[in-house]
Ligand binder design. Sequence first.
Ligand SMILES: [Zn+2]
Ligand SMILES: [Zn+2]
Length: 145
Amino acid sequence: MQIDGACHCGRVTFTAEIDPGRVIVCHCTDCQVLSGSAFRVVVAAPIENLLLRGETKSYIKVAASGNRRAQVFCPECATPLFATAPENATQVTIRLGCVKQRAELVPAVQIWQRSCLPWLPELGGIPGSQEQQGFTPAQPDSHLR
Ligand SMILES: [Zn+2]
Ligand SMILES: [Zn+2]
């Protein structure tokens, strides 16, 4: 399946050929911190299937095992784009949040459920609204006004 994506500011864009059956949710604590969210959703692709335009920057994450992963992001808006091996890369794991077709890409598997945030399974039962409008938090945050 052909996908395309962009960072938030639009300086980095890409296209890739992916297998839609290889979408993964990762609940590891590194993914929580690096994504700034509850979990990360990625799709793997051979590196030759990724066509990247625009300048990127990398942060090298070193795992407890010593494994090194380059976390590639837009240097302007900091959108996480993909991860890859720092040397002799054969594969990329593209961050689903910056993929235009993300709504169609349903995860096939969840990993690191050991560190899954305990409230996540209850998310569907937490009250919400279709847009920000109408949202009345108990203690309004200044950025919502
Ligand atoms: Zn950007
Ligand atoms: Zn992870």
